[in-house]
Write a protein that binds this ligand. Structure first.
Ligand code: ATP
Ligand code: MG
Length: 253
C-alpha cells in the first residue's frame, strides 16, 4: 500500500504567502499604471491652461491685449481644458470608492425621464434633437441601484447628444430579455469610426476637445457591478447605438 505524503503545513503556508505576495505585487502594478495614466492625463490640460494664461499675462504686461476673437478662443480653450481636468477627477471618485449596488425597485420610465431632463438642462438650447422613449411594460419596474443606473444612462445620453451638434434623433428603449433588462440608447449623430470602435471603452480615450474619455468606462463599471455590460451594437452610421444590459428581476405589471 502506498501512502502519498500530505503537504506539510509549513509548505502550504509558504504557498499562501507567495500567492498573497503575488496578488499584492499585481495590485501595486495596476495602481502604478492607473496613477501614471492619471498623471499623464492631468498634465496635458493643466499644461495647456498654464500656457494660455501665460500668453494672456505677457500680452497684458506688454500693453497689447489680445484681439477679441483670439481672447475668446483662448478663454474657450482654458475652459475646455479645466472641464476635462475636473471630469477626470470626478470620474475617478467612482473608481476610487466603488460601492456595491444598493438594489431597490426602480420605475425605469421615471428614471429615464429624470436623466433626460437633467442632461438636456446642461446642453445648449439651440439644437433640435427629438427624443423618443419607449419602455416595454415588462420592464416598467426593475431591480437596480437607481443612482448608479442614472449615472450610467446619463453618460450614454450625454454622448448621444454630443454626437449630434446639429440636431437629430435620440432614442432610449428598454426591453426585458431572459432575466435581464436591456436599455438601448441610440442617436443619429456622427457614429463611431471603425478604427475608434475597439478603443472607446478604454479609460482616457476621447475624440472630444474637453472629453476625459471616462464616460463609457464609468457606465461599464456600473453595469459590471450589477453583473451586466455596456456594448456598442450599431456604429455603421448614421449614428450609434449602445446597449446597457443588467441582469435584474422585472415585474410583470
Ligand atoms: N453616441 C456616440 N456617438 C459617437 N461616438 C461616441 C458615442 N459615444 C461614445 N463615442 C466615442 O467614444 C469616445 C469615448 O466616450 P466616453 O464617454 O468614454 O468619453 P468622452 O465622451 O470622450 O469624455 P467624457 O465622457 O469623459 O466627458 C468618445 O470620445 C467618442 O469618440
Ligand atoms: Mg462621454
Amino acid at each position: 500500500m502506498s501512502v502519498e505524503a500530505a503537504p506539510s503545513s509549513a509548505s502550504a503556508s509558504d504557498e499562501s504567502t507567495a500567492l498573497a505576495a503575488r496578488l499584492l505585487a499585481e495590485k501595486t502594478a495596476a495602481l502604478a499604471r492607473l496613477a501614471a495614466g492619471i498623471a499623464h492625463e492631468l498634465r496635458n490640460p493643466l499644461a495647456v491652461i498654464l500656457a494660455r494664461v501665460q500668453l494672456l499675462e505677457i500680452a497684458m504686461k506688454g500693453g497689447k491685449p489680445l484681439p477679441p476673437g483670439k481672447l475668446e478662443m483662448t478663454l474657450r480653450t482654458v475652459g475646455e481644458q479645466a472641464v476635462r481636468a475636473s471630469k477626470i477627477i470626478e470620474s475617478l471618485s467612482i473608481f476610487a470608492r466603488p460601492r456595491s449596488p444598493e438594489l431597490t425597485s426602480v420605475d425605469l420610465a421615471e428614471t429615464i425621464g429624470h436623466v433626460l431632463s437633467d442632461v438636456r438642462a446642461h446642453m445648449p438650447e439651440d439644437r433640435t434633437v427629438t427624443t423618443d422613449v419607449d419602455v416595454a411594460p415588462e420592464v416598467h419596474t426593475v431591480v437596480a441601484d437607481n443612482v448608479q443606473l442614472m449615472t450610467a444612462l446619463r453618460q450614454l445620453t450625454i454622448n448621444a447628444l454630443q454626437a449630434m451638434p446639429d440636431g437629430g434623433r435620440l432614442w432610449i428603449r428598454a426591453r426585458g430579455r431572459e432575466g435581464s433588462v436591456e436599455v438601448m440608447v441610440g442617436d443619429t449623430g456622427s457614429g463611431v469610426a471603425p478604427h475608434d470602435a475597439p478603443r472607446i471603452f478604454d479609460p482616457f480615450f476621447s475624440t472630444k476637445p474637453s472629453g476625459a474619455g471616462l464616460g463609457l468606462c464609468v457606465a461599464q463599471t456600473i453595469a459590471e457591478a450589477h453583473g451586466g455590460s455596456v456594448r456598442l451594437v450599431a456604429s455603421g452610421g448614421p449614428g450609434a447605438e449602445f446597449v446597457l444590459s443588467l441582469p435584474t428581476r422585472w415585474r410583470v405589471p
